[in-house]
Design a protein around this ligand. Structure first.
Ligand SMILES: Cc1cc2nc3c(=O)[nH]c(=O)nc-3n(C[C@H](O)[C@H](O)[C@H](O)COP(=O)(O)O)c2cc1C
Length: 299
């Protein structure tokens, strides 16, 4: 898995940096790719609250500083690790600024897991940092917690701490089946769930949920007008399998029938329904309303 670590300590050989190195060693020994961003050595300003990212250019920050290095890495990451010294009972200012700038992309595309590394002078000073982590990362971004690791006073740089961090990094496994995000489609009493795939269009869809669409049955699919978001043209395919859900050419389509005659069409599958769920969709009335949402598998 791709892991990014945001190190919020300004001291290159300090306590936080040593925690980061141990966790990184462990994760790399298990085959993960780890990228550390020393955010205090980068030029990262605080969020301006200009809303450019939510009005003028979706997912794009108006400020062209060193966050431009972090944004693409964030979108490719499966896991994010926040590492910080405790300053005034919270995260360091530099790390807080970096976190606030995640406001622009909103939901990083692949992120599924998170961990928190904290170093402090005293014991029992972590509530503020843990609150941010629990609510903004685990809750808001729907991430699975892979552990909170703290070191106070003499615990810093101790062999026991570093061994614990190495072991935790080494024990990380790839996001498993249970963590696949699922698209929930509700129409009246019918509720079906379809695992989303890893295409860019699927990840983009996650950022646009929940939404409600009106559709009508063509006999092959339910077609709902739905403006295309981001997608990679190379991921389009010729023809469909019954149960495929496609977003292409301004349509959200639940392709419930006709796979045999589908070779002439290009589609962009983002998810796939089971046979049973496909049959439930096929039996809906000709005009139907679909409420789309994202299942939160980690709650
Ligand atoms: C500005 C500042 C504020 C701090 N605030 C706290 C605090 O509220 N509670 C605490 O236990 N330690 C506090 N400390 C101590 C650091 O959290 C501690 O020394 C930590 O191990 C430093 O990590 P580093 O070596 O990665 O810089 C503070 C240090 C600084 C410089």
């Amino acid at each position: 898995m791709n892991i990014i670590i945001l190190n919020g300590s300004p001291r290159p050989k300090g306590n936080t940096a040593v925690m980061v190195a141990a966790y990184r060693d462990g994760a790399e020994s298990a085959g993960h790719k780890v990228t550390v961003f020393d955010v205090c050595r980068m030029r990262i300003a605080g969020c301006l609250a200009c809303e450019y990212c939510h009005t003028k250019a979706p997912r794009t920050c108006v400020q062209k500083d060193d966050m431009q290095e972090i944004y693409p890495a964030l979108d490719e990451a499966d896991m994010i690790v926040l590492a910080s010294p405790i300053y005034y009972h919270g995260l360091s200012g530099q790390l807080a600024c970096t976190i606030h700038r995640i406001y622009a992309p909103g939901y990083p595309r692949r992120l599924k897991k998170a961990a928190l590394l904290l170093s402090s002078g005293s014991k029992g000073v972590y509530d503020g940092a843990i609150y941010t982590y629990m609510h903004s990362f685990l809750g808001w971004l729907h991430l699975e917690d892979m552990g909170i690791f703290t070191a106070a006073g003499d615990e810093n740089k101790s062999p026991e701490l570093l061994e614990r961090l190495r072991a935790a990094g080494a024990a990380l496994s790839d996001p498993d089946e249970h963590n696949v995000a699922r698209l929930v489609i509700r129409s009246g009493d019918v509720v079906v769930r379809a695992p989303l795939n890893q295409t860019q269009a699927a990840r983009d869809l996650m950022n646009r949920l929940p939404t409600t669409l009106e559709g009508s049955d063509s006999g092959l699919d339910y077609c709902c007008e739905f403006k295309e978001g981001a997608f990679d043209g190379a991921e389009k395919q010729q023809g469909w399998q019954n149960g495929d859900i496609s977003i292409a050419d301004g349509w959200f389509a639940i392709l419930h029938s006709g796979q045999e005659q589908s070779q002439g069409y290009r589609v962009m599958p983002v998810a796939h329904l089971s046979e049973v769920d496909t049959a439930l969709i096929r039996a809906l009335p000709e005009k139907a309303t679909f409420e789309l949402s994202l299942e939160e598998p980690w709650k």
